[in-house]
Design a protein around this ligand. Structure first.
Ligand SMILES: *[C@@H]1O[C@H](CO)[C@@H](O)[C@H](O)[C@H]1NC(C)=O
Ligand SMILES: *[C@@H]1O[C@H](CO)[C@@H](O)[C@H](O)[C@H]1NC(C)=O
Ligand SMILES: *[C@@H]1O[C@H](CO)[C@@H](O)[C@H](O)[C@H]1NC(C)=O
Ligand SMILES: *[C@@H]1O[C@H](CO)[C@@H](O)[C@H](O)[C@H]1NC(C)=O
Ligand SMILES: *[C@@H]1O[C@H](CO)[C@@H](O)[C@H](O)[C@H]1NC(C)=O
Ligand SMILES: *[C@@H]1O[C@H](CO)[C@@H](O)[C@H](O)[C@H]1NC(C)=O
Ligand SMILES: *[C@@H]1O[C@H](CO)[C@@H](O)[C@H](O)[C@H]1NC(C)=O
Ligand SMILES: *[C@@H]1O[C@H](CO)[C@@H](O)[C@H](O)[C@H]1NC(C)=O
Length: 609
């Protein structure tokens, strides 16, 4: 069954695809529409089920191949087509998601120590201050199964145990991504191997088991259930990487391969291939930094990558079934009406766009713009929302559902996602932030195969700060790399990000939004200077930091010519001193807090606060 998300097609080609699953699942309860996003049925706080896939794309049309997710979530809920992750790699992204903080405020910026992974999450004190703890304090029972963080492994799983869970059954490294040899670690027990069993099916049973546990207690307490499948992440062979804390990137790259589907899905989608969008394996170089030097893919490479793509869609079928099973079980317990179901991915994925091998870690739309679907009390059915949302908005969203008062909380870098028709209308009429903070530190790994002798399995210096900004009349991406290269795309005219208007060889437009191009980019740069080190409310309302009088709310306001000198001549520019693998402040050039200006007779930020 094929469908196309017409409203999603921001210039994207939809493939002539068919999906294999059929709608055999019967569900008893129908949904009642509710007015408020945090209202409760019978005075009881709503339950929350949160499905977090791994590396699922929005831009390679994976949602088109998931008929049960379409039926139960997209048709019964709202798809947020402008939802973004803030750091396009698993562990930093998951930490941001579960803490509500940008990676520069968690300093978990990598998948492994010393800059990331579970040990870094613990040493940053975040195991005492993240969502499950807050939800328990709000009266919720909390459950989780699947992958929590990287480098949470068979040796450190109890040092300490992840806090905040009433029931947990985590996938643990180095076996997390072995689809046929997973290890799970339940509650306080030692890890158990599931050699030979299909990971997706083991996970589904565990998820449904926790749902039963949760509902057994549901007469007294509402629950949160996190379900984190591995699909459609690459299969990663544990053998060469053992449990080394800092794996060799060549070894790591070689350990990756296409994901493995369940046997019943292995023959689906024989004729499907990666959508040949204009940015797919282009005949000319695109992007900045190392991306610009990539060579076109050979025919053999293209064939392998199409196979990789099909394996992703096949592996996702078990997630499609899981979602239907969860909905059915909720209905059986009579809880479907009073349960929010969230569905998203930690980050996106690219295959072949900009000549990239399968992987993530880039700032392109394929990597940062991810699926977010919400179904639940008061959430419009079958709607595609245009509001700009990001992963750091999700912790505030869940806390608001749980009835937690967010007023005056300065530890969250996001703003709750509007859930009801009324909230969505209000937000789409311009009362919500229009930007996303994007940041990355370290390397980019190629998860496919190497087909050319001169090709490497990884790229160094993949460190950049970026922002996405989308308003009524504009749609831009702006980035500064640690090499001090600049990148800028006008996605209204260039939705596939083929023309970097800040490349040395580019001919930039004379004017943009009615102002000279240099004056325009000066505004974006100042905004990025604020966002790259923002904390709390400043991350939500960055213009307020530049214009504390409150007279500038968005990019359009900031373009006023009376601010020309302030932005163009006075403000420090975003730049790096060198490339580092982690968040070392002294490598990151001017900081808004000490070097930036606020528009109040040119008073320094440090003097103003
Ligand atoms: C919504 O979900 C229910 C149960 O989950 C399902 O029976 C129905 O077909 C779905 N679609 C719509 C449009 O309601
Ligand atoms: C879940 O854990 C919280 C915090 O420890 C506790 O207060 C609550 O009673 C637990 N729920 C159940 C059902 O045990
Ligand atoms: C499967 O995982 C177990 C540990 O859980 C390990 O001992 C075994 O070597 C693994 N098998 C393969 C084929 O990787
Ligand atoms: C992981 O490394 C530790 C030492 O760092 C070692 O004691 C342990 O046996 C290793 N585990 C595996 C599964 O290789
Ligand atoms: C795949 O394509 C071939 C040739 O275009 C066609 O003969 C075949 O029927 C297609 N298979 C499916 C399952 O669509
Ligand atoms: C937002 O705009 C839409 C369409 O222009 C309008 O129908 C709606 O009433 C507006 N909502 C608010 C809260 O202003
Ligand atoms: C990475 O950047 C550093 C400067 O920060 C430079 O010395 C080094 O040559 C760069 N490496 C590559 C592979 O470009
Ligand atoms: C982030 O962590 C690294 C590694 O521990 C440390 O060197 C760095 O100073 C930290 N950065 C900040 C801003 O705290």
């Amino acid at each position: 069954m094929h469908f196309s998300l017409a409203a999603l097609a921001v210039g994207l080609q939809l493939p002539a695809a068919l999906a294999g699953g059929d709608d055999q699942k019967q569900v008893g309860t129908s949904l009642g529409q509710r007015e408020s996003g945090n209202s409760a049925v019978d005075g009881k706080k709503p339950n929350i089920v949160f499905v977090l896939t791994d590396d699922q794309d929005l831009h390679m049309q994976s949602l088109d191949y998931l008929p049960l997710i379409k039926k139960h979530l997209i048709d019964n809920g709202t798809l947020y087509k402008r939802h973004y992750c803030t750091t396009a790699i698993c562990c930093p992204s998951r930490v941001s998601l579960w803490t509500g903080k940008l990676a520069h405020n968690t300093n978990v910026t990598d998948v492994n120590p010393p800059y990331g992974g579970y040990p870094k999450f613990v040493s940053q004190g975040l195991n005492e201050a993240y969502l499950p703890m807050w939800l328990q304090q709000a009266g919720y029972d909390t459950y989780y199964t699947g992958k929590l963080f990287n480098a949470h492994n068979v040796d450190n799983y109890n040092a300490p145990f992840p806090a905040g869970w009433n029931g947990s059954d985590f996938l643990v490294d180095p076996y997390t991504y072995m689809y046929l040899n997973a290890s799970f670690q339940r509650n306080q027990d030692p890890p158990v191997s599931y050699e030979g069993q299909y990971l997706g099916d083991v996970l589904a049973q565990k998820a449904l088991g926790f749902l039963d546990d949760a509902t057994a207690n549901a007469h007294s307490r509402p629950f949160f259930l996190g379900i984190a499948p591995v699909a459609p992440h690459s299969n990663v062979n544990a053998t060469p990487i053992s449990n080394a804390t800092t794996p060799d990137p060549d070894e790591l790259g070689a350990a990756f391969g296409p994901p493995i589907p369940a046997a019943r899905h292995a023959d689906l989608f024989q004729n499907v291939s990666v959508p040949r969008t204009p940015n797919f394996n282009p005949s000319f170089a695109t992007g900045a930094s190392w991306v610009r030097n990539l060579q076109p893919h050979t025919q053999e490479n293209l064939a392998f990558n199409d196979h990789f793509y099909r394996q992703r869609l096949r592996a996702l079928q078990s997630v499609d079934e899981l979602v239907a099973d969860v909905v059915e079980r909720l209905a059986q317990h009579g809880l479907l009406e009073n349960t929010y179901i969230f569905y998203t991915s930690d980050n996106g994925f690219h295959i072949g766009q900009h000549r990239l091998q399968p992987g993530k870690e880039c700032g392109f739309e394929e990597d940062i713009n991810v699926p977010l679907i919400v179904r639940g009390p008061g959430v419009p059915k079958g709607k595609v929302a245009e509001v700009v949302t990001s992963h750091v908005d999700l912790a505030p969203t869940l806390l608001r559902i749980a009835g937690v008062d967010l007023e005056g909380r300065d530890d969250l870098d996001g703003e709750a996602v509007p859930l009801t028709e009324g909230e969505l209308n209000k937000a789409e009429n311009g009362t919500r932030h229009e930007h996303v903070t994007v940041e990355f530190w370290g390397m980019a790994i190629s998860e496919g195969k190497v087909f050319r002798e001169d090709e490497k399995r990884w790229a160094a210096n993949n460190t950049y700060k970026a922002l996405r900004i989308i308003g009524g009349q504009y749609n831009f991406y702006y980035a500064v790399w640690c090499s001090n290269e600049h990148e800028f795309y006008d996605l209204t005219t260039d939705p596939y990000q083929l023309s970097n208007l800040l490349d040395a060889s580019a001919t930039p437009p004379t004017t943009l939004l009615g102002v000279p191009f240099e004056k325009f980019t000066a505004r974006l740069d100042a905004l990025l200077l604020v966002l790259k080190s923002c904390k709390g409310q400043t991350c939500v309302q960055p213009w307020q930091a530049l214009h504390p009088a409150g007279n500038v709310q968005n990019l359009q306001d900031a373009l006023s010519s009376r601010f020309d000198a302030f932005y163009e001549d006075q403000q420090k520019k975003v730049s790096f001193d060198r490339c580092e693998l982690g968040y070392l402040v002294d490598a990151e050039g001017p900081q808004f807090e000490k070097d930036g200006l606020v528009y109040r007779e040119g008073v320094k930020w440090s003097e103003w606060v």
